[in-house]
Design a protein around this ligand. Structure first.
Ligand SMILES: *[C@@H]1O[C@H](CO)[C@@H](O)[C@H](O)[C@H]1NC(C)=O
Ligand SMILES: [Ca+2]
Ligand SMILES: [Ca+2]
Length: 223
């Protein structure tokens, strides 16, 4: 499951309130002051601590969110989406900044308590039950850490003619396979819309191809 957009098959997209929407602090937050950091407390670390999470990794985790002020719970992934742990890509803004930061270097089985200042959470506007400027606390439990969706393996798999760039036909072929594997084949207009969206986001120079560089926007250290 490689494209973020295709991720809806297994709910990669974190719905509200974890996603950093336009009103989230991630967008246009000023430089963090030194005290505006995520406080990380490791609650449990398994003896066998395998792969540590890094930017671009695909993470599967549960998290509960509390308001620091009164300890009230405002979010619980165990009760959302039928209680399935959530999937997301770490470090790329799919979740609030505080989680992107505080969930680095975790292994499967590890539990942490993260205290996140509002600037790295829901900002000066807040969101839903989270009031403006609220410090929030997340209790997170990681179930799996794996290579991110934009791995070069995935790129090579998609690049059928091996010219180190992806055209629409190649991406479409891949998406179709992924959706069929997921048991949810779609109609043509669905793929067209998805492709338009993917290219709009990834084809930065607008030449109709996604180059390896454009594709691998956040995993440079793995190239
Ligand atoms: C939140 O913080 C901002 C920036 O410090 C401030 O301007 C604003 O008045 C605060 N809002 C509330 C509701 O406290
Ligand atoms: Ca190609
Ligand atoms: Ca391009």
């Amino acid at each position: 499951m490689m494209w973020r957009l295709a991720g809806c098959i297994f709910c990669v997209f974190l719905s509200w309130p974890l996603g950093s929407g336009p009103s989230g602090a991630a967008a246009g937050a000023p430089e963090e002051a030194p005290e505006e950091q995520v406080r990380i407390e490791v609650l449990f670390k398994p003896e066998e601590c395998g792969r540590r999470s890094r930017k671009g990794d695909l993470i599967n985790a549960h998290y509960d969110g509390y308001l620091a002020e009164d300890g009230s719970k405002f979010y619980c992934s165990r009760h959302d989406k039928e209680g399935h742990p959530q999937w997301f890509v770490l470090g790329v803004g799919q979740v609030i900044k505080g989680l992107d930061i505080g969930m680095m270097d975790m292994c499967a089985g590890e539990k942490r308590k993260l205290t996140v200042p509002s600037t790295l959470a829901f900002g000066t506007t807040g969101k839903g039950p989270v009031p403006p400027n609220a410090t929030v606390v997340f209790e997170v439990e990681v179930f799996s850490v794996s290579r991110g969706p934009r791995s070069m393996e995935a790129f090579q798999q998609m690049d059928l003619d091996k010219d180190r760039s992806l055209d629409k036909a190649e991406v479409k072929e891949y998406l179709k396979l992924e959706y069929e594997k997921g048991g949810k084949p779609r109609e043509e207009p669905f793929y067209e819309k998805l492709l338009t969206d993917i290219f709009w986001k990834s084809d930065q120079d607008g030449d109709g191809l996604i180059s390896a560089k454009e594709y691998n926007i956040y995993e440079r250290d793995e190239l």
